[in-house]
Design a protein around this ligand. Structure first.
Ligand code: FAD
Length: 453
């Protein structure tokens, strides 16, 4: 695929900005920005209206770099859940998303990509991926659609400041000043900073009068005090239940009430990761602002009760007394985890099933059902997949994505105060809000053209 750049564009930012303003300028060529550019031009075309001049500015040397790393390079672009389920994933702010999801829900998104020749499939956990299993096919499709629509793509062209006079926005860029009648801010959050997302969108929105809910790392790995986790680094454990234990009376949290998370967990060289942990990390991050450490209780066998485990161990004692306990435990858990259970419960490695004492039984079941970790930090914005916080939602109209503070300013994607867990929800949020913003802007262009005719 040819990489568009500022040089390849037929517009010199300086020349164009000084001559005539763009109808629409989008800052940020990520999931939301690209979808918005395409939606705006598609809507004008469908309504048989003259095309608009649309510019999209990207700080990186090519569009969609963050999308390329999504889902481990496979791009988990959405989730198969119902509309209500999707909305519920965004907690108390989820309702804001209703109009955007009604305009482009997960089915419509999949159909849109299928129409562009990129079919998708659902995996066992409801996550949706392109059949190619390549995030590049998602990005290439959006870039090609922008090219077809005549969108002017300025790569390696970061916006630095944004101001507004009575009728236009003035955007200072690395390539010179540019002007636009309508502005869409889609700069993403401030996590995974090496991908270009350094919180610029918050500054631009604030400069135009918006309030920003303090950004906080979310979907982020956690550091724990238990040194033994490093010995299990790289080990993924399926279907565990993780619950937060606050060290004191639980304060009222902006991130909501902590509910246990059931999913897969990953041991790393510094602590814990994997969806079960990542999905609680936003609340843990907020608790860590109030307490020095936060407890996590992990149930490695939440579908089997402690009493059932007691019966199982008694049965093994009778039916498999001469077998090593380690052998039978390793049939249920990964070998390295089974060995760790023995060590943590002070049960010698060579213990036979017939030789397990009642104290060992008790300690072993505690390890299986109730291992406690003490979290002392997150891996921070550098490794957070998503940023919680952002532009206050009561200052944005959910039916159009237009600012309620500044006319002709629109906002979409992660820059808004909306955060979902891992599972495809955050990209769906970006695509849906971007699509709605693009269509709303097209409608505004038509309306304003008619007014001035
Ligand atoms: C490792 C990783 C894996 C992930 N996997 C998934 C997944 O599988 N599924 C999922 O749903 N979510 C996933 N996410 C989250 C997802 O990437 C984001 O939620 C989503 O990309 C947000 O879309 P956006 O358009 O709002 O912002 P982004 O896609 O982040 O795009 C913002 C763009 O704005 C550009 N920009 C920023 N500042 C400026 C400026 N001043 N001037 C010009 N351009 C600027 C940035 O370079 C960037 O290209 C993952 C995130 C990470 C870090």
């Amino acid at each position: 695929m040819s990489q568009p750049s500022a040089l390849e564009s037929s517009y010199e930012p300086r020349a164009h900005g000084e001559k005539q303003p763009f109808d629409l300028m989008i800052i940020g060529s990520g999931a939301a920005g690209m979808m918005a550019a395409v939606a705006a031009s598609e809507r004008l075309r469908q309504l048989a209206k003259p095309a608009a001049t649309i510019a999209i500015l990207e700080k990186n040397s090519r569009p969609g770099i963050k999308v390329l790393v999504c889902g481990g390079g496979r791009c988990n672009l959405t989730n198969a859940g119902s509309l209500d389920f999707l909305i519920a994933q965004f907690g108390r702010n989820g309702r804001f998303l209703t109009p955007a999801l009604q305009r482009l829900d997960n089915t419509a998104l999949r159909n849109w990509f299928a129409d562009q020749g990129v079919p998708t499939h659902e995996e066992h956990d409801g996550k949706i991926y392109p059949d190619s299993n390549q995030a590049a096919s998602i990005v290439n499709t959006l870039v090609q659609a922008m090219h077809r629509a005549g969108v002017h793509i300025f790569s390696s062209c970061p916006a630095t400041t944004v101001t507004r006079d009575e009728s236009e926005f003035l955007v200072q860029t690395a390539g010179g000043p540019m002007r636009a009648v309508r502005l869409l801010i889609c700069c993403g959050g401030q996590s995974y900073t090496r991908m270009g997302t350094t919180g610029d969108g918050y500054q631009f929105a604030a400069a135009l009068g918006h309030q920003i809910v303090t950004p906080r790392p979310a979907v982020v790995p956690l550091l724990v005090k238990e040194a033994w986790v490093t010995e299990l680094q790289g080990l993924a454990v399926r279907d565990v239940k993780v619950a937060i234990e606050a060290p004191g009376p639980l304060p009222r949290l902006a991130t909501g009430k902590p509910a246990p998370s059931i999913n897969d967990m990953l041991f790393t060289h510094f602590g814990l990761s994997g969806p079960a942990v990542l999905n609680l990390s936003e609340i843990v991050a907020e608790l860590l602002e109030k307490f020095p450490t936060v407890g996590l209780k992990v149930d490695f066998s939440h579908r089997i009760s402690g009493d059932e485990w007691r019966n199982t161990l008694a049965r093994w004692r009778q039916t498999s007394g001469k077998k090593l306990l380690k052998t039978l435990l390793s049939e249920v858990f990964p070998v390295r985890l089974a060995e760790m259970f023995l060590r943590l419960s002070a049960t010698p490695d060579d213990t036979l099933c017939s030789g397990v004492t009642s104290a060992q039984t008790h300690r072993l079941i505690e390890c299986i059902k109730n291992t406690r970790f003490e979290v002392f930090a997150t891996r921070g914005f550098k490794e957070a997949m998503v940023t919680a916080g952002g532009v206050r939602l009561d200052e944005v109209d959910p039916r159009t994505m237009e600012s309620r503070i500044c006319r002709n300013l629109f906002l979409a994607g992660e820059v808004l105060d909306l955060t979902g867990p891992s599972g495809g929800y955050n990209l769906q949020l970006a695509f849906s809000t971007g699509y709605l913003a693009g269509e709303s802007i097209a409608d505004r262009i038509i309306e304003q053209r008619e007014e001035s005719a």
